[in-house]
Write a protein that binds this ligand. Structure first.
Ligand code: SF4
Length: 477
């Protein structure tokens, strides 16, 4: 078995409150029908009969009570799931836009870049010494962007004088900061060698024998970003640094939910809402059946814990819509669950103060029957400040806390409202709200936003940024 790592992987099953947890990397989030069925079989035979899609478009199987046999591992590897070399399998999933190759507005299809970097990692066993959190994203410049998600290294496509380049962005400074544009533009051919060089400097300046591997951010902070770039890339690249760097802001990108045209004429994709990223195995088999019959045999998982069914001919659209609904799933962007996120909560994690998942679903049921939304509002339940389920700021963050009284512990939530000008969760508006009080409070917040926004285009976050806390509290009262 590979060495211990704190991060779960296919070959690194990790104990959790509710049993063993295994995480399966799906590079770029694209999974085919055979692979998905094989994972559903494991969830049925060894786990809890469901899977969770994570915020890196991985798949997690939870509640594993019986051992996954070597034959099953080999079968998965033969289907292209899990690295042939288990020592590199724990490295973070490679992220890209779930609409790569089908987005009419993209500058370049990033799927080949994901595949090339994945193959590179698998072919160089020394990369097994990277931090399990070493994370890379490729953004093709399209409508469904992953630029607003924290990664150690982001390569973001831009078009300059009709030529495609990637902006090299690095995450350094404080924890949780979005990658910053270094000003270095790379041609598509340079991406892979540059990533390899950036990884090599990490290995050179890290004690790879340590059990806790430092993050790339810490290595860059110690060396300084200029020195790190010099060491990795040399003058050839750093002398090309442009004076204009582009800043990125966090985004909640739910524009993929619903029915959309692809860049291929007469083809559509449907963004399907997964309640809290969860799929029962019978739903997986139903989706596989849909994409075999009416799509292209693939399903795309998103870092927003939803999925896409793609390449649907216009004539088959209604049939696919009906089948999705038959599976108990929705594709409506105004469904509160389209942007509802919760970590595993008390049932799955010893650090959790609250039952986040149960509370999130109860809140969704309440909101759905009390207020209509015109666009997705991202509500994030986190059982503690570690914020595993969502690294970037939510519209509304509900942070689990426990208040001690003389004879009991009272679980509840701190309430934060997203404000792009602030780090982490945004503005704290209440420091303790019991779960019983929460649904009415969230309803009130949503009503105030709907009634007081400047126009239909003002986002929740912009609305919050426009008001200070006393003003917000006054509106709520
Ligand atoms: S955010 Fe905290 S409570 Fe939730 S899964 Fe992570 S460590 Fe556990």
């Amino acid at each position: 078995m590979p060495a211990f790592t704190a991060c779960p992987g296919l070959f690194y099953a990790t104990p959790a409150q509710d049993g063993i947890l295994t995480r399966i990397r799906i590079p770029g989030g694209i999974i085919n029908n055979q692979q998905f069925c094989a994972i559903a079989d494991i969830a049925d035979n060894c786990g809890g009969g469901y899977v969770d899609v994570t915020n890196r478009a991985n798949i997690q199987i939870r509640e594993i009570k019986s051992e996954i046999s070597n034959n099953v591992y080999s079968h998965l590897q033969s289907l292209g799931i899990g690295a042939n070399n288990p020592h590199v399998d724990h490295i973070r999933n490679i992220m890209t836009s779930p609409t790569a190759g089908i987005d009419a507005k993209e500058v370049i299809d990033t799927r080949p870049f994901v595949q090339a970097w994945d193959e590179y990692i698998c072919n160089y066993p020394q990369l097994g010494a990277l931090s399990a959190k070493f994370s890379v994203s490729f953004d093709g410049g399209g409508q469904v962007s992953v630029q607003g998600i924290v990664n150690d290294i982001s390569l973001n496509a831009v078009l300059i004088n009709n030529a495609v380049y990637f902006r090299l962005c690095l995450s350094f400074g404080e924890k949780g900061k979005l990658p910053e544009d270094t000003g270095i533009l790379l041609t598509p051919d340079e991406c892979l060698p540059v990533l390899a060089a950036l990884a090599a400097v990490y290995l050179q300046y890290t004690d790879t024998t340590m059990r806790r591997k430092v993050r790339l951010r810490e290595v860059i902070n110690n060396l300084g970003v200029d020195k790190y770039l010099d060491l990795a890339l040399g003058e050839k690249f750093t002398s090309r640094k442009s004076l204009h760097s582009i800043s990125t802001s966090p985004n909640h990108n739910y524009s993929h939910v619903g029915i959309h045209r692809q860049k291929q004429p007469q083809l559509f994709y449907i963004g399907v809402v997964l309640p809290l990223g969860r799929l029962e195995t019978w739903q997986i088999r139903g989706l596989v059946n849909i994409v075999e019959k009416l799509g292209n045999g693939n399903i795309r998982l998103t870092p927003w814990q939803n999925l896409l069914v793609t390449d649907i001919p216009a004539a088959k659209l209604v049939e696919v819509e009906t089948e999705i609904v038959t599976l108990g799933l929705s594709y409506s962007p105004t469904n509160i669950q389209s942007a509802l996120v919760a970590c595993s909560g008390k049932r799955g994690c010893a650090s959790a103060m609250t039952e986040t998942k149960d509370h999130a679903l109860a809140l969704a049921n309440y909101i759905q029957s009390h207020i209509a939304l015109e666009q997705p509002i991202n509500i994030h339940f986190s059982g503690c400040s570690k914020s595993c389920a969502q690294q970037n700021q939510g519209d509304i963050t509900l942070l689990g806390v426990a208040v001690e009284t003389e004879n009991q512990t009272l679980p509840g939530y701190q309430v934060y409202l997203g404000d792009g000008s602030l780090q982490k969760f945004g503005r704290q508006i209440y420091d303790y709200v019991s779960f019983a009080e929460l649904p009415q409070l969230i309803e009130k917040i949503l009503r105030v936003y709907k009634n007081q926004r400047l126009n239909l285009d003002e986002t929740f976050s912009n609305f919050i940024t426009r008001h200070d806390i006393p003003e917000l509290k006054q509106l709520l009262n």
